[in-house]
Ligand binder design. Sequence first.
Ligand code: SF4
Length: 330
Amino acid sequence: MKAVALFSGGLDSTLAIKVMVDQGTEVVALNFTSPFCRCQRGEGCSVPISSRAKDLGVTFKSMYLGEEYLEIVKNPKHGYGRNCNPCIDCRILKLKKARILMETIGASFLITGEVLGQRPMSQHREALRIIEKESGLEGLILRPLSAKLFEPTLPEKKGWVNREALLDISGRTRKPQIQLADQLGIKDYPCPAGGCLLADPGFSKRLRDIFQHDEFNLDNVELLKIGRHFRINPDYKLIVGRNEAENNRLSQFRRKPDLYFEPKDLPGPSGLGRGKTGFQVRQISSQIISRYVSENQKVNIVVSGGSEKNQEVLSVEAIEKDRLRELIIN
Ligand code: SF4
């Protein structure tokens, strides 16, 4: 039989696929990316996910979730977890997409690496029931790692898969999965720290700030991944690079109405100012940049407007530490 598996590249989904491949199931591994994926920043994945799928002997497909994903992040029907992670809505959206793929390629059921009780928001019985119902996949989601703890699914009832060869893992400990990985010869899996920025407290703090100030869009979300963020007033924020790579990335994100700050003749960070501009915000932004250049002397900061021609140089002292603490978001 053919099945579609949700494949994050992590240990659980890898094991779930391996268990099913070993039973003779033909698996298409579906990976989702979104603007909130850490892997897009090159973090966490020593081996590309498509190579992991190849090692498992399965077909790999990748799907990007953009604007429609932003919608569930902003207004999740089932709310957030500890941070800005709308896990239940996220799972529903991904499973709906997977269902479409399943129907398109003539697959008969879906596989996930979910483990009962492992994640507080999305992997307890009631959440799993809601996710299954709202994605239109009742009875069709097989969770090989915890299957024996659930009522048999359609593929088990029909005899498409052997229930006896499935597992009964539950809870937050990773020991059973690590033992199973050893048994099945799976090596070099990523750590379970997670690749989702929405579950990151610092990132969520920045995200809440742009929700609050009605600045939530794809472009501003990308900026949240770079630098230090300062809320100068409700209509204006400043992002300051923390290293050369971030300074370069900030310059790539520069849009026509943005302000751009750079120390003149001294090494130091660049800054990107976005929002309603005026002398006061140019002054404060320059003072913030100045703090990261020199604490004891006036620094000349080049402030550029929409074009290179539209430049001024402000000579400013570093902003006071207490004021800096008040303005920093994260
Ligand atoms: S941690 Fe992130 S990617 Fe995972 S289910 Fe939650 S919102 Fe979705």
